[in-house]
Design a protein around this ligand. Structure first.
Ligand code: TSJ
Length: 639
């Protein structure tokens, strides 16, 4: 009997993992580098859970020379004893989809969204996965290949490979190149995510090593100040108005922690987390915080006379003008919704976050009147600008309705099927002109923009909307914009599947990219989050060999490679800018989906999101440039 049920069980297991290998994207979101890095986060999240349960203080993450990743912790070690199915509990963890339930060891599982799909999915998608569990005096060993166990059990239990007094879990796995388009983890992104985890878990120390390059990378993330440190990090290149404030509290089994600090900047930057997961689309915790914060601040403003009886209230956006904040909640049963399942949906999270915000901010500001005044004067400034420009804005918006599609500069495409349409935003009139004649007018639209668009980080919303280039863009995309005075953004109305920024590969081009990405990120973030924004990579050179085919080279590295490979003589043509290419060349190199090179812009975690604004704003051009090209990442040949 026992044997029969074991066989039945193991067949079900294999079918389960086979399903993961057949449709990996369903389980990890994508098989690009983003999905690849997710494998590491899936594993690390298990160790973080062990930390939250109170048993683990260290996590070590190593990117190995052979392309595999090693993760180990000093927790209790995955249980290895006999599970009810008649096999080691460890086998159940690695071969059952959503092995959870019985093994849930703490109240705040990092489940929901793309996260928490678990170790079995990583196992299924790895060429091999090796495990050592230190527990009960022994080191227990197991190994899988593409999810299938290759170690013989001893009386249903794992073999041991040594004795130890310590406890913990060690695993090493190699992502399967049959599954993933890219199998090289992106070190900087993994490090950034681990740093974020350290900010959210102040008693945890995370050791990160990247042994793959010439120079070994080694970093230790330990952030005793927690999210206060996170907010300081967000504001590190900004002028701040006060020391960060921390508000903490709990109710109904939900824990809330909020850190904020105002800067002289002209916008808000508020990051939400639930159970350590970044909520790119925000959600109820953010709403709860914002609503209460606005109400209480307006009450204070009247109390101390910043608002007179006849004055109308500050808007929420007025009050949050210049605010950087991190809101971290722990919820026993989180529900995520939204386009990318990254929006917290629990109503009780709004209630409790609101309550903690109200109670704690009153306790704080009653004792810190000076800071209260500084913050209210920032709100006053924002309100003044808003009022002065509100009228103009009304005019602009009505006008905009009627100017729809009549803007002379947009060369629209013929197709109205959004899923096949592309819009190129082209720097400069001459490049715009060539692009217009080179394009496939059936599905490619060209929108030339002149000179430099406004720096949206520095300008008020009204000036931004008054800017001709920006207005044209918003109108062309068709889905409105969100921020501040209402949320009119509707991605379902987007008229193009791909929005492609086409700028020269020089400093000015990088600047244009920066400004456009900042614009999208602030006012149409879903365009980026849902993968609609791309950067065209025009080649720097064309190599024309005496014999053989000519080849476009996209960077200096490619040129080096070419020089090494081609012994014979060749002519090298260097493109200075898009404007120099004729229509045929432009088609071949930048427009033709069969031959062009596009980079999709992806912003994954909250820390990176806050760094975007930060890095994009920094005064120096060089780091910006490298930021764009590294983090507008995942160069994909779009064939
Ligand atoms: F993802 C994974 F399974 F591969 C993995 C899990 C990888 C790594 C590096 C660590 C872990 C992990 C799991 N660390 N700590 C744990 N803890 C447990 O699984 C555990 C330990 C004890 C008990 C208990 O009730 O005694 C329960 C659990 C879930």
């Amino acid at each position: 009997m026992a044997n029969e049920s074991y066989d039945a069980g193991s067949i079900a297991v294999l079918e389960g993992l086979e399903a993961v290998r057949k449709r990996p994207a369903m389980y990890i979101g994508s098989v690009t580098r983003k999905g690849l890095n997710h494998l590491i986060y899936e594993i690390v999240d298990n160790s973080v859970d062990e930390h939250l349960a109170g048993f683990c203080s260290e996590i070590h993450v190593t990117l190995e020379k052979d392309g595999s990743a090693t993760v180990w912790d000093n927790g209790r070690g995955i249980p290895v004893d006999m599970h009810s199915k008649g096999i080691s509990a460890e086998r159940v963890v690695f071969t059952t989809l959503h092995a959870g339930g019985k093994f849930d060891n703490n109240a705040y599982k990092t489940s929901g969204g793309l996260h928490g799909v678990g170790s079995s999915v990583v196992n299924a998608l790895s060429t091999f996965l090796e495990i050592k569990v230190s527990r009960d005096g022994f080191i227990h060993y197991d190994k899988y290949e593409k999810g299938v166990p290759v170690v013989d059990l001893v009386d249903g239990l794992l073999p041991t490979v040594g004795k130890t007094r310590k406890t913990g879990t060690w695993i090493n796995f190699l992502p399967d190149p049959q599954i993933f388009e890219k199998t090289r983890f992106k070190g900087s992104e993994v490090a950034s995510r681990l740093h974020e985890t350290a900010y959210l878990n102040p008693n945890l120390t995370i050791y990160f090593e990247d042994l793959r390059g010439e120079n070994k990378v080694s970093e230790i993330f330990h952030e005793e100040e927690g999210i206060v440190g996170f907010v300081k990090d967000m504001n590190k290149n900004q002028e701040t108005l006060h020391e960060p404030v921390i508000l903490r509290g709990a109710s109904d089994g939900i824990e809330v922690e909020i850190a904020f600090q105002y800067t002289t900047e002209f916008h808000e930057n508020i990051l939400g987390y639930c159970n350590n997961i970044y909520n790119a689309e925000g959600g109820t915790h953010l709403t709860g915080f914002k609503t209460t914060f606005t109400t209480v601040m307006n009450q204070y403003a009247r109390e101390i006379g910043v608002l007179k009886e006849k004055d109308s209230n500050f808007t929420g956006a007025d009050i949050r003008n210049g605010m950087s904040a991190v809101i971290s909640v722990k919820h026993p049963d989180p529900i995520f919704e939204g386009q990318t399942k990254t929006k917290l949906d629990n109503q009780d999270a709004a209630k409790v976050t609101g309550k903690v915000t109200g109670d704690e901010m009153v306790l704080f500001f009653d004792k810190n009147l000076e800071m209260l005044k500084v913050i209210l004067s920032s709100a006053e400034k924002a309100a003044k600008i808003r009022k002065a420009e509100e009228k103009t804005r009304t005019n602009l918006l009505t006008k905009q309705k009627y100017s729809f599609d009549t803007n002379g500069k947009l060369a629209n495409c013929e197709s109205r099927k959004a899923e096949e349409c592309e819009i190129f935003i082209v720097e400069g009139d001459s490049a715009g002109g060539s692009a217009k004649s080179a394009r496939d007018r059936k599905y490619q639209a060209i929108l030339p923009i002149r000179g430099k668009i406004l720096n949206v980080e520095k300008a008020s919303i009204d000036r931004i909307l008054a800017n001709a280039e920006i207005k044209t863009m918003i109108t062309a995309f068709g889905c409105g914009f969100s921020e501040g005075y209402g949320n009119d953004f509707d991605i379902s109305k987007l008229k193009y599947d791909k929005i492609i920024i086409m700028a020269d590969a020089d400093v000015d081009g990088a600047h244009i990219c920066t400004l456009l990405l900042t614009l999208f990120y602030r006012f149409m973030p879903d365009l980026i989050f849902q993968g609609h924004v791309y950067i065209a990579m025009p080649p720097l050179y064309k190599a024309m060999p005496a014999r053989g085919e000519e080849e476009y080279l996209y960077d200096d590295e490619a040129l080096e490679k070419y020089r090494k490979k081609h012994k014979g003589s060749f002519t090298l043509q260097r493109y200075k800018g898009l404007g120099e290419m004729d229509a045929d060349q432009l088609w071949e190199t930048t427009l033709n989906p069969k031959t062009r090179l596009l980079k999709r812009v992806e912003i994954d975690d909250g820390k990176m999101a806050s760094d975007v604004t930060e890095i994009l704003m920094g005064a120096e051009v060089a780091p910006r440039r490298s930021f764009i090209y590294e983090n507008a990442s995942y160069a994909e040949l779009d064939i």
